[in-house]
Design a protein around this ligand. Structure first.
Ligand SMILES: Nc1ncnc2c1ncn2[C@@H]1O[C@H](COP(=O)(O)OP(=O)(O)OP(=O)(O)O)[C@@H](O)[C@H]1O
Ligand SMILES: [Mg+2]
Length: 333
């Protein structure tokens, strides 16, 4: 994970209606202490939202607990603490993260990865506000807000026996779904400027990506969501050179836009003058590989040009030699 530019105290950037709604939900959530469940793909801003809920009405500490990295025998002690002598290696009393969060917010990140034995203990914490340190006889009562997040489909995890349904019902009280970035592309320009500015503040050179690159950034689907966009901008800033402003574009992005260009071209050719009945219309897959798109485009252009290679090459904007080579490659000659 790229941590070049620190993450603390992030504003929620965006002006689309889903983000306005998100701000309203954060405000609402901050007014009570109910558990909050944040659902969304990786990189959509679950941690930013968890912190925003805490910061909107700060009480005590915000304590992130990464459930994915809690493994093995120390999980329980990490979460709930232990008393001296309770196991070999327990030389002192130790506070767990839950106790550190007492009076504040415990953020259970990747709750879907919490081991089943710990899920029972978390359930008790939610229901009774009680926990017991490893080796302790006494239950302790705490007052804390629990925010949980996951990119997993918890219902599917329940079906597979990996997540407790009773815990799910306890958590699923105030649930916020974060949209993937591809569903709010109108926010990309704002995010680009925001991350350029943050990169500059962190000492990286500022640069203007220019209209072409900006258009590509806005068209890309960003499977890694805001985190992927942020990393791409930081990487571009770090590698920026006056002479080659384009070289640092992430390759996935360049490929997707090339493939999209070819798709557009192939559609345009088909609409303009191709007799459509000559093609077999394949079921539309959401993703075309570049070579599939290219082969499609060539096939359509050939049909539109009635097999005339010079015209086909002109339609496709490629040289004849390239066209011959590609036709051979795709078995179209
Ligand atoms: N709306 C937003 N405005 C500004 N920055 C954002 C926004 N959403 C996410 N970010 C930034 O994107 C990055 C990813 O966000 P965050 O860590 O909150 O995602 P996540 O949903 O917790 O992802 P993961 O599931 O991978 O942990 C962070 O650097 C965060 O600052
Ligand atoms: Mg996260």
């Amino acid at each position: 994970m790229n941590r070049a530019v620190p993450d603390a105290a992030q504003p929620i950037v965006g002006r689309t209606p889903v983000i306005d709604n998100l701000r309203r939900l954060i405000e609402k959530a901050s007014r009570n202490r109910l558990p909050v469940l944040l659902l969304g793909e990786s990189g959509t801003g679950k941690e930013v939202v968890a912190r925003a809920i805490h910061d909107a009405n700060p009480r005590g500490q915000f304590v992130p607990i990464d459930c994915g990295s809690l493994v093995g025998t120390l999980v329980e002690s990490d979460l709930f603490g232990h008393v001296k002598g309770s196991f070999s290696g327990a030389q002192e009393n130790k506070k767990g993260l839950v106790e550190v969060a007492d009076g504040g917010t415990a953020f259970f990140d990747e709750i879907g990865d919490l081991p089943l034995e710990m899920q029972v203990k978390l359930l008790r914490l939610l229901q009774e506000r009680q926990f017991r340190a490893v080796g302790a006889l006494q239950w302790r009562t705490v007052d804390l807000r629990i925010i949980a997040a996951t990119h997993r489909d918890l219902r599917a995890e329940i079906a597979k026996g990996r997540f407790r349904e009773d815990l799910y019902f306890r958590l699923n009280v105030f649930t916020i779904r974060l949209p993937p970035l591809r569903d709010r592309k109108a926010d990309i320009p704002l995010l680009v400027d925001h991350f350029l500015e943050r990169a500059r503040a962190a000492g990286l050179p500022w640069f203007d990506p220019g209209p072409d690159t900006r258009a590509r950034l806005s068209a890309y689907d960003w499977p890694g969501n805001v985190r992927e966009l942020k990393n791409a901008i930081e990487r571009m800033a770090a590698m920026h050179s006056e002479h080659h402003p384009e070289t640092a574009l992430p390759s996935a992005l360049v490929n997707q836009s090339r493939s999209a260009d070819l798709e557009r071209l192939s559609a345009a050719v088909a609409v303009e003058d191709a007799p459509t009945c000559e093609f077999v219309v394949r079921p539309k897959s959401p993703v075309f590989t570049i070579s599939e798109s290219e082969r499609n485009a060539i096939e359509r252009a050939l049909a539109a040009a009635h097999g005339e290679r010079g015209k086909t090459a002109r339609l496709l904007g490629m040289g004849r030699t390239t066209l011959y080579r590609k036709m051979k490659e795709y078995g179209l000659d």
